[in-house]
Design a protein around this ligand. Sequence first.
Ligand code: TXA
Ligand code: MG
Length: 340
Amino acid sequence: MNTEILTENEIPTIASLLKHGELVGLPTETVYGLAANGLDAKAVQKIFSTKGRPADNPLILHLGDATWITRYCKNIPPAVWTLTEHFWPGPLTLILDCQDTIPDIVTAGLSTVGVRCPNHKLALKTILEANLPLAAPSGNLSGKPSPTSAIAMLEDMNGKIPAILDGGPCDIGVESTILDVRNTPTLLRIGGISQQDLESVLKQKIKIDPALEKNNSEIHSKPLAPGMKYRHYAPEASVTVVQGKNSPQWILEHAEKGDGVICFDEYISYFPHCVTQSLGREKDFTTQAQSVFSSLRYFNQTTVQKIWSQCPINEGLGQAVAQRLEKAASYQIINLEDNP
Ligand code: TXA
Ligand code: MG
């Protein structure tokens, strides 16, 4: 199969492919998705086989607007409307009880479904043109870094799907925040919207899935979002995250010639003997989120075997970036503050 890169004026072709049970690459403001008609179990099955995705990992449905929630979900608490008013279209996925019309394969047999309305003109046009809820995980092969451009998605999907809609580089660059809103709102994945933003709109403290706490996921508890238990975002080289204010010096002492280094702009000149990728400036979480996945993907085109990475502090969008780097490192983390 030849994978075509299509643009905005070919959205009718993309919508027609979706209606005929095909998969397409879909740009969103977070990352590119691998989309199918979310009401067509056979089409959704192809998502799992194409990505190599474990069958117990449910998919998110992408909706045209907040009113579509009543088509596919039930027992909707009032907080949903407050949240959608503030954050939709946008990088917030809500977990709600689902109606029986949603095929089991979408929800991996759970009684709940994740729904979100993407804040991307081309994604919304496609959903409205197809008039379908689109099931779409990130458009990478399972376990790899998510794609934030049409070209990055083509690296993983070339020859496997008929088309990718090119919507340019993703504005946000990390996936949506996932919030279970059925009872006390609980964060299942930290992403494009921060915990602080959610708490200020909901005017209440939200719970955090204990499995999201550092180093906790393998050891203590089963994540509430099934996908969070799998190895994620991993380039071919092994990654070690180094945290703490002396991390540039520490990496300089430990990195060997030809190793990879992911660091903030301020420190790029420390590592002339290494293959470097800049995340953006140390406090610029927006740029860091936009570049984290392309930095990780970059090393797959090199012979680098070992990558050392700086990591933003746990604040705002920095928290989402840190979490992706920590997962890419399979929680191989050196915290210099713990062990000075
Ligand atoms: O930003 C995003 O959310 C992107 C774009 C394409 O929209 N999509 C995305 O999908 O990141 P994916 O499949 O890579 O991640 C979805 C996560 C998985 O960890 C999955 O286990 C969790 O959402 N999830 C989906 N449905 C769920 C449910 N009913 N209950 C708990 N977790 C759920
Ligand atoms: Mg994913």
